[in-house]
Write a protein that binds this ligand. Structure first.
Ligand SMILES: Nc1ncnc2c1ncn2[C@@H]1O[C@H](COP(=O)(O)OP(=O)(O)OP(=O)(O)O)[C@@H](O)[C@H]1O
Ligand SMILES: [Mg+2]
Length: 248
């Protein structure tokens, strides 16, 4: 902020509203591991097996970002508008006010029942739709159904197109099931993305915990390899388990 003033309070209040350089989750521990959050204008891949917390993590980032004043367009293949709002509320991530205000738009995509045809360019449709959205942050949860039968070259050009949108200012978060990409394709997709969060389920003693590895965040080298362990609790949401206790 360039305004010079002797009033320090005024500076801090204004800078809170100015700070859209980074997208935060609103959960201090998670943000810390990511070096503060996800830089705006990034393409982020959130990848993990079934039930590793991909959706909950994107919901947490959506909640955090809405509090910061970002506008969101969220595409979901897993929920209806109603079930998503209810799900988030049950995790203490109530965003219904933002939905009513129009800061959060929700687009359910239901592909069940559609005769699958490899020649329907779903990925192109998604990019074309995202291009005309005015929202600052785009969330796609999840991409899996669109990539399982797609050509590798189409998948790579989808991510490249998303990256171009990010270069022109959008922040894009995409979840995908790890099984959807082979190792080589994952490496190539990852290299297009600015950030890569890898979610896993790991056994700690008798207990199965979820882990998030900050595999990559462009511009925040120090965060690479950071791991956080967490559980998802009803009525509470994402609960961090201290790493020393989790012995990761
Ligand atoms: N509203 C909720 N209340 C309690 N637990 C929940 C809630 N929503 C999700 N969970 C739990 O959080 C965990 C992670 O769920 P999440 O849907 O984020 O996983 P995911 O990786 O997106 O799974 P999928 O591969 O099925 O899309 C699950 O164990 C689920 O039971
Ligand atoms: Mg999910």
């Amino acid at each position: 902020m360039a305004v010079e003033t002797d009033n320090e309070d005024e500076i801090s209040i204004t800078s809170v509203y100015d700070n859209k350089e980074i997208l935060t989750s609103g959960n201090t521990e998670i943000d810390k591991k990511m070096g503060g959050g996800i830089p705006s204008g990034s393409l982020t891949l959130i990848e993990g097996a079934n039930d590793t917390g991909k959706s909950v993590l994107t919901q947490q980032l959506t909640w955090g970002g809405l509090q910061q004043g970002f506008t969101f367009a969220l595409y979901t293949t897993e929920n209806t508008i109603k079930s998503l709002l209810k799900q988030m509320e049950s995790l203490s991530l109530d965003v219904s006010d933002y939905f009513i205000l129009g800061n959060l738009k929700i687009y359910p995509i239901h592909v069940e029942g559609i005769e699958w045809a490899a020649d329907i360019p779903f990925l192109d449709y998604i990019v074309a739709d995202v291009k005309v959205k005015h929202e600052e942050v785009i969330v796609l949860d999840s991409l899996t159904v669109f990539v399982t039968d797609a050509d590798e070259s189409d998948i790579l050009s989808f991510f490249t197109e998303c990256k171009n949108l990010c270069d022109s200012g959008k922040t894009i978060l995409i979840t995908v099931h790890t099984f959807a990409f082979n190792e080589e394709l994952l490496t190539r997709v990852r290299s297009i993305c600015d950030a890569h969060l890898s979610l896993k389920k790991e056994e700690v003693g008798e207990k199965l915990v979820k882990t998030m590895e900050v595999a990559k965040i462009r511009g925040a080298q120090k965060t690479t390899g950071n791991v956080i362990a967490f559980e998802v609790e009803p009525q509470f949401g994402l609960r961090i388990i201290p790493v020393s206790k989790a012995k990761l």
